[in-house]
Design a protein around this ligand. Structure first.
Ligand code: FMN
Length: 368
């Protein structure tokens, strides 16, 4: 089937329509308050992206539980006032014919000790030293049940805020990804061992949200298909098995965070990762991909390669009007961006402080 960026896209099971296939990838920006209250600047930035034509906006990794925080300016969705702040995005969405999802997150083994009450939590304990300065504390069965409830409660807040759904962040070596990973999840109870057991945490969240919210409420899951950057011990075969389990649940899409959408499978030169994923994912589960999609050509290539939806990350940071520019044939500004350009796009100095830590996003001072 020929697919184009400006095609309408339908989440069939939910009966929800997107005006195009272009998605704003979840992008942490470090603009929330220390307690997770979203700032006007970040709500304005998301509104700018909605005005810029993205059919679907996925708000940044958002904290659902008092622990698990990863960035000092990470947004949270744990209080009524935070819910009220997010609710302003419902107006943004309807004014721009966009849908807005919130990405629900717990940092797991990557949570920052200085932002939480000490050592991070994970599926299994880890010694202190090396990657984990304070070690990792193993979650108890009742902690896992409480965390499932916390994810569902945050999803309820997304719904009550008038937004359209959630993306569960099960990628990038954060908590839900840690449980899927047999190297980090060495449990012998119902939350570890087989892939069914390792995926149980994620699937219980999906089922809990589905049971409590009307069917129009979208649920997507973000997965890392393989190891890269912060992800260790994640293998394609395992992630394909997880995808098959998710496909049997009532979800609306799987979002693969590819790093590079056009890469080969790790260690298998010439075996195209996107092709392998698109062969494995059942036809009735929409596939979203992100990673190194900079321009219309790349986005179309991803669609041709089997994706249904393309998520734009770095290119959107400097071009919140990416879709409009592409439609009109206006040249995109290329990363790394100058700091003054990013300030003009609505990022604050706290955002710049974070963006400077990411490779290739903002110009080093001597490059400016
Ligand atoms: C500044 C920045 C913040 C990011 N924040 C998140 C996030 O909150 N959640 C997430 O799943 N991925 C996050 N990512 C990853 C992006 O969603 C995307 O997958 C990645 O940047 C690759 O796409 P790109 O090459 O288009 O940038 C972030 C990336 C960048 C550059």
């Amino acid at each position: 089937m020929h697919k184009d960026l400006n095609d309408e896209f339908h989440f069939i099971k939910a009966g929800m329509r997107l005006k195009n296939r272009v998605v704003l990838a979840p992008l942490t920006h470090n603009m929330s308050a220390k307690n997770g209250d979203p700032s006007q600047a970040e709500l304005d930035w998301l509104a700018r992206c909605a005005r810029g034509g993205f059919g679907l906006i996925i708000a940044a990794a958002t904290q659902v539980w008092p622990g698990g925080r990863c960035w000092s300016g990470q947004p949270a969705l744990m209080t009524l006032s935070q819910q009220n702040a997010f609710s302003t995005l419902a107006k943004t969405a309807s004014e721009n014919e966009a849908l807005v999802l919130v990405q629900l997150h717990h940092g797991g083994v990557r949570a920052m000790p200085e932002l939480n009450a000490g050592s991070p939590f994970g599926p299994s304990g880890e010694q202190s030293g090396g990657r984990y300065a304070l070690g990792v504390t193993e979650l108890k069965d009742n902690d896992i049940r409480e965390l499932i409830e916390a994810f569902i409660r945050a999803a309820q807040r997304v719904y009550d805020a008038g937004l359209h759904g959630v993306e569960l962040h099960a990628a990038h070596n954060f908590l839900l990804c840690n449980f899927l990973n047999p190297k980090l999840n060495r449990r012998t109870d119902q939350w570890g061992g087989s892939v069914q057991n390792r995926a149980r945490f994620l699937i219980e969240i999906v089922r809990g949200i589905r049971a409590r919210m009307p069917r129009q409420f979208l649920i997507g899951v973000r997965l890392s298909p393989e190891s890269y950057a912060n992800v260790v011990g994640t293998e394609l075969d395992n992630q394909l098995a997880v995808t098959r389990l998710l496909a049997a649940e009532d979800i609306d899409y799987v979002h693969y965070s590819m790093g590079d959408t056009f890469k080969s499978v790790n260690g298998q030169v010439g075996v195209d990762l996107l092709t392998e994923l698109s062969r494995a994912i059942p036809d009735d589960i929409p596939m979203m991909v992100a990673g190194n999609i900079r321009d219309a050509r790349g986005a179309k290539l991803a669609l041709t390669g089997g994706a249904d939806l393309v998520a734009i990350g770095t290119a959107a940071l400097g071009n919140p009007d990416w879709v409009k520019k592409v439609d009109k044939g206006i040249a995109l500004v290329c990363p790394p961006y100058s700091e003054s350009w990013m300030l003009d796009q609505g990022f604050t100095s706290a955002a710049l402080e974070y963006l400077r830590t990411m490779t290739g996003v903002v110009k080093r001072v001597k490059e400016a």
